[in-house]
Design a protein. Structure first.
Length: 134
């Protein structure tokens, strides 16, 4: 927090420890907000086939298949909860909604420089920087 203030970056934690079900819901909300390409970029290859099924079904107007894919995404998050920093208590999110692009870049650089793992989710419906490695 002190380092951020020294560099003119407001610091507001929006999420820290959460249970696997809340984590699954948060992940799916990010998948919907990011779009197919953004979600695949953010969540990686383990989620790619399910994300494709979800978006293919949505585009085809198949709400049943979209709901099934949504549940698969949530189930995968719960299954992998033992590696999720939010579930383990080693991850936080910092709000980026009111930050400039320069402030976001500065925050990412400061965090990476301190050895934290960061993921820029500033273009999602809940703009934030996901930080882990505490």
């Amino acid at each position: 927090s002190k380092v951020f203030k020294e560099h003119g970056v407001p610091f507001h934690v929006t999420s820290n420890v959460r249970d696997p079900v809340k984590s699954a819901n948060a992940t799916f909300n990010q998948v919907k907000a990011a779009g197919r390409v953004g979600a695949k970029r953010t969540y990686g290859s383990a989620y790619d086939p399910i994300i494709d099924r979800y978006y293919d079904a949505k585009e085809a107007g198949n709400s049943t298949e979209a709901a099934n894919a949504e549940q698969e995404i949530k189930d995968l998050v719960v299954k992998r909860a033992g590696t999720n920093p939010h579930v383990l208590g080693t991850g936080v999110d910092i709000r980026t909604r009111n930050l400039s692009v320069d402030q976001i870049i500065t925050a990412l650089e400061l965090l990476k420089g301190q050895g934290y793992h960061v993921r820029d989710e500033s273009k999602s419906d809940q703009p934030n920087i996901d930080i882990s490695g505490f």
